[in-house]
Design a protein around this ligand. Structure first.
Ligand SMILES: *Cc1c(COP(=O)(O)O)cnc(C)c1O
Length: 384
């Protein structure tokens, strides 16, 4: 198991760093292509916010996927990595004017619109450029997901999307506006979903909405069901590739598509989660009152998910075969929440050992403040 990392090379490197196993990534992409291409009207986009590392993006682009973006910085990163503009979709509840203008200039495939005022602004900005923007409406389907409360997005209480009651009104408005073209419906109910019945519930809701539209003789060209497929954080070696076959089958079986309709997916975590690890060194082992602490040179500033929403990452001591002991694994930051795991069994840790925090390819590196700043080129520093 430890053989999956080039440890001798790691020993010479400064820590911490993110390590991406490009074979795992390529195998995952090949599996997605194989399983989705069983259905000719399925199109998969990669949700760039999971990981916008330029090398990772390039490998994903080479697989032929489209890009799903939630900021202007991501739209730019996707285009720079060679994603064709006509395969880029742009979602998000708070699109700034500069972001909309940028996407209009690139001529992206579609804006996933999340409110009436946003629709009006897109129409106005497109008019100023003499363009017609393709829009899909992100509908909040009020479907729960069996996942962490902070990562459900499809409940009425969440900030995302347009409510089902408002759908007809928004469509009427879009049909009146001259500089937007209504082409589809968009959904995304949450992340790290492993229970396929959540996706079945979404399919049933979409079927209802489609019936409602059909009564008005509206058949949209595009249905986009977002992403959300989870990964096995407990067993990154046993299950490095998620069960894409079952995932696509679930939609094929439960979603009633009309022959002319295209179904879009936006997968993030399931694409990149398992290929990444955060590699870190043990700085100290400290004997506390009732426990031992393994103090690492990586902290919540390098991987924020555990501190932010108690996310679990498997931790391994990749340079020790000694007997297993329990440790609280912590970072160096002056915050009590800077903890990667409590009472974690690790091969005995000594100063200088290398540890891997596994399944860190998604929402890991991208959540570093520096990365976020690079992707959102706004002047956020002002001094008097
Ligand atoms: C985050 C996000 C995704 C990807 O979610 P995963 O859980 O990483 O698959 C897809 N679509 C939208 C609109 C998103 O915001």
């Amino acid at each position: 198991m430890k053989g999956i990392f080039p440890i001798e090379k790691f020993r010479e490197l400064q820590t911490p760093f993110y390590y991406y196993d490009t074979k795992v990534l390529r195998d995952t992409l090949a599996c997605i292509n194989k399983e989705s291409q069983r259905y000719p009207n399925f199109h998969v986009h990669y949700a760039v916010k999971a990981n916008a590392n330029p090398k990772v993006l390039t490998i994903i682009r080479e697989s032929g996927m489209g890009a799903d973006c939630v900021s202007g910085g991501e739209v730019r990163a996707a285009i720079k990595s060679g994603f064709p503009a006509d395969k880029v979709v742009f979602a998000g509840v708070g699109k700034s004017d500069w972001e909309i203008n940028l996407a209009l200039d690139y001529g992206i495939f579609c804006f996933n619109v999340e409110s009436v005022p946003e629709l009006e602004v897109i129409n106005e900005l497109a008019a100023a450029k003499g363009k017609v923007a393709h829009v899909a409406f992100r509908i909040n389907p009020n479907v729960g997901a069996h996942t962490h409360a902070n990562i459900t997005t499809g409940l009425a209480e969440n900030k995302f999307g347009i409510s089902m009651q408002d759908m007809d009104h928004v469509i009427d408005l879009a049909l009146e506006l001259k500089n937007v073209k209504f082409i589809g419906l968009h959904f995304h109910i949450g992340s790290q979903i492993l229970d396929m019945s959540d996706f079945v519930a979404l399919c049933n809701r979409i079927n209802e909405l489609q019936e409602r539209l059909y009564a008005r003789r509206i058949i949209v060209e595009h249905i986009n069901v977002g992403g959300g497929l989870g990964i096995d954080y407990s067993h990154p070696n046993r299950q490095p590739i998620p069960d894409f076959r079952h995932y696509f089958e679930t939609y094929a079986e439960h979603l009633k598509l009309r022959p002319s309709q295209t179904l879009h997916f936006e997968l993030g975590r399931a694409v990149v989660g398992q290929c990444g690890s955060l590699i870190t060194r043990a700085l100290y082992v400290k004997q506390g009152t009732n426990k031992k602490f393994a103090i690492l040179d990586a902290g919540m500033t390098d991987l924020i998910r555990p501190a932010l929403y108690q996310a679990f990452h498997k931790i391994e001591n990749i340079t020790s075969d000694e007997a297993v002991e329990a440790y609280d694994v912590v970072g160096p930051i002056c915050e009590s929440s800077d903890v990667f795991g409590k009472a974690i069994d690790l091969n005995q840790v000594k100063r200088g050992d290398l540890l891997a925090l596994r399944s860190a390819g998604a929402y890991g590196e991208i959540m570093l403040l520096a990365t976020i700043a690079a992707n959102c080129p706004k002047d956020i520093l002002r001094m008097n």
